[in-house]
Design a protein around this ligand. Structure first.
Ligand code: CTP
Length: 475
């Protein structure tokens, strides 16, 4: 017999004592299970999502709990799933009845046979997520751990309670969850489990893009996302969900000339950017910044390997990728696409003497996102040559400084033409026509080039001169 361990200190939230009372009234046993217990034991703090299993009806327990809570919060019942949710203070509590059968995690059948706690634990994804604490008055806080999940927690192992082929076929998303937990917690996926992912990888195709992206986002938001992407690659999942990335893998050699492995380079960039931003979309930009390199790669006898126009091609690919994975096609997609399109600009700029006009053009094109673009490009410096590394970083410091100076002086970040199309029409008595566009463009170019300041009077004088040359007459 193993010694029993109690973790009452995890259960200070009043919701647990109330659940305990409610369960006693209904004469059912109840347990808190899953992520809440796992994160508590890992000292990751107390989660705001709590999962409770009732050995009986989860819905009845939820309703009883609500009746005992001040204000009797509304119970949301998901009949098809056999679950019920309620919100108390800032915590979401989900109640589910313990089940016996195998079922699809996301399409739980309403009339599955009620099982014991152990049956339910068996059907969960990983031993570290099957740990339960009793809410029974008699043994409140006692750990129920039939698969040595505690041991796996201590050793840092992701292991399925059942044969992994069964666990992953119950819900193929769990293959990604295994990799996501390994990345977030810096754990190792147990060998049989890892092999099973490789065997079952094609089953990921039945999972919705939204659920896949949820996991990808969590991997991206981990401190070292490359861990997850390497595992996704190693198991073959990446090839299915993000073939644009696996297409970057490998080094080709022609006539003794090679190029860098853009897949591993990309993963380095993602790891580099992680400490500098918590914006998931900027991290996506890092992940996708080079995807245009696979379709544009060419070898030229004289100059070697080129990836001409890869930024533009990559930017276009972003939209297709977002569509395929059912990601939002809103301003977030446009942001990532723009980041990819502009991803080489600062480095090209920094290789030369940093001129004001080049900086002005960069601010003009990147607008509000110019600092994010700099953060991306700094992460893109993966050279192993210490001199070059230092030089690029120093150049970027100069660029950042210049961005502030130039913007203060010239205000091109949210460029508004100093003279409107309407005014041009009025001054020269023009109907909507090509000439207006030509004049507006010439003014903009003169400002970006630094020929004139971004001011009304200067723009007006410049326009009059230009119009004269074009043969335009004032009113
Ligand atoms: N679970 C499962 N299989 C899934 C999803 C969830 O077995 N595909 C079980 C696990 O026991 C898990 C619990 O349901 O711990 C709660 O799932 P969820 O809220 O998705 O994840 P957490 O483990 O709480 O972790 P996180 O919030 O970090 O996703």
């Amino acid at each position: 017999m193993k010694a029993k361990t109690s973790y009452k200190e995890a259960l200070n939230n009043k919701i647990f004592t109330i659940t305990s009372q409610a369960a006693a009234t209904l004469n059912v046993k109840s347990y808190v299970i899953g992520g809440y217990v796992r994160d508590f034991l890992l000292n990751r703090g107390l989660k705001k999502d709590i999962d409770i299993v009732a050995v009986g009806s989860g819905i009845a327990l939820a309703e009883k709990v609500s009746s005992l809570l001040p204000g009797k919060p509304k119970v949301q019942v998901f009949k098809n799933y056999g679950t019920a949710m309620l919100r108390h203070n800032d915590t979401d509590i989900e109640f589910v009845g313990a089940r016996k059968e195998s079922y699809q995690w996301e399409s739980r059948k309403p009339h599955v046979e009620t099982g014991t706690l152990e049956d339910d634990q068996n059907r969960r994804d990983f031993t570290i997520n099957a740990l339960a604490l009793s809410l029974d008055e008699a043994d409140f806080g006692e750990l129920v751990d039939p698969f040595n999940g505690m041991d796996d927690l201590k050793k840092g192992i992701i292991r399925t309670p059942l044969d992994p082929d069964i666990t992953y076929s119950d819900d193929p998303l769990r293959m990604m969850r295994a990799i996501r937990f390994a990345t977030q917690l810096n754990f190792t996926i147990e060998e049989e489990s890892l092999k099973a992912i490789g065997r079952n990888k094609d089953r990921i195709s039945i999972i919705s893009g939204e659920r896949i992206v949820d996991e990808l986002n969590k991997i991206l938001m981990a401190p070292k996302p490359s861990t997850g992407f390497k595992l996704l690659h190693q198991t073959g999942l990446l090839q299915i969900i993000l073939p644009e990335l696996t297409a970057l893998k490998g080094v080709e050699e022609v006539e003794g000339q090679t190029h860098k492995d853009n897949f591993y380079h990309t993963l380095e960039v993602v790891d580099n950017i992680a400490p500098n931003t918590d914006d998931v979309w900027l991290r996506w930009s890092a992940l996708l910044h080079d995807i245009g390199k696979a379709p544009t790669k060419k070898f030229h006898k004289k100059i070697g390997w080129t990836f001409h126009g890869h930024e533009f091609v990559g930017g276009k690919m972003v939209k297709k990728l977002f569509e395929r994975l059912h990601m939002p096609l809103n301003h977030k997609m446009k942001y990532v696409s723009k980041m990819v399109m502009l991803s080489s600009r600062p480095i090209v700029l920094a290789q030369d003497i940093v001129t004001d006009s080049a900086v002005r053009r960069l601010i003009f094109d990147a607008g509000e996102d110019v600092e994010d673009l700099m953060t991306l490009c700094e992460a893109d410096i993966t050279t192993k040559n210490p001199q070059k590394f230092k030089k690029y970083h120093n150049n970027f410091k100069i660029v950042r400084q210049k961005i502030v100076e130039v913007e203060e002086r010239d205000h091109v970040r949210n460029f508004q033409p100093p003279i409107s199309g309407e005014e041009i029409m009025e001054i020269f008595n023009l109907k909507p026509s090509r000439e207006i566009g030509v004049l507006k463009e010439a003014i903009k170019e003169a400002i970006l080039e630094g020929e004139i300041p971004n001011e009304y009077n200067a723009a007006h004088d410049f326009m009059m001169e230009k119009a004269l040359k074009m043969g335009l007459k004032t009113n």
